[in-house]
Design a protein. Structure first.
Length: 197
């Protein structure tokens, strides 16, 4: 543990790991899971290293500003001005912190992170956007748009079968048994359907 206390490069790696964990945690939606626990633990280890080494911490709020702006951008979409501001704040904070340590490995890691973090953020933002536009995979929302077969129908109501499960349904007045229908919505455990094109 003595190595952790006396190495500015390792302290900065804890700062970097906290940043990565936090961004991964908030990307799909703010929760508290493994990445958040990692971020919290790494923040504690970084604070411990900074305290025990007597390092200047004043540049680190710029890193925090960069992370907060990246977090906002994950939810609002690309805004070039904010992207540049986040990148500059992160780089200024990282390089300022490590240059103040006068530790060459720490400075080298911060320089690489100042280039790599914005690139990693761009990939994370793209993946997050894909997740948000993907149709729901679970719950009743995942049924909307799926096709089912009519098993029983009379006067605008009956049952349909989807993936081996039977659902009470409502829809057009008359449908034949075996008709192909598309689920358009639901209310409780009851689905609404229309004839498939």
């Amino acid at each position: 543990m003595n190595v952790l206390i006396n190495e500015p490069a390792i302290t900065y790696l804890f700062v970097l790991a906290a940043v990565i964990g936090l961004l991964i945690e908030i990307a799909p939606g703010p929760t508290f899971g493994i990445p958040a626990a990692l971020a919290l633990g790494c923040t504690g280890l970084a604070a411990w290293g900074i305290t025990h080494q007597g390092l200047a911490w004043w540049p680190l709020p710029f890193v925090a500003v960069g992370v907060v702006l990246w977090g906002v951008l994950l939810w609002t979409g690309p805004r070039p001005g904010l992207i540049v501001t986040a990148t500059v704040a992160f780089a200024f904070g990282s390089l300022g912190f490590t240059i103040a340590t006068m530790n060459v490995p720490a400075i080298a890691i911060a320089a690489l992170a100042s280039v790599g973090a914005p690139l990693g953020f761009a990939k994370l933002r793209a993946a997050t956007g894909s997740l948000r536009t993907m149709p729901p995979q679970t719950g009743l929302d995942s049924l909307v748009g799926r096709r089912a077969l009519v098993t029983q129908w009379s006067h605008g109501a009956g049952r349909v079968e989807l993936d081996g499960a039977y659902w009470t349904a409502s829809g057009p007045d008359e449908l034949d048994r075996g008709a192909d229908v598309t689920i358009t919505g639901y209310e409780g455990l009851h689905v609404q359907v229309e004839r498939s094109n």
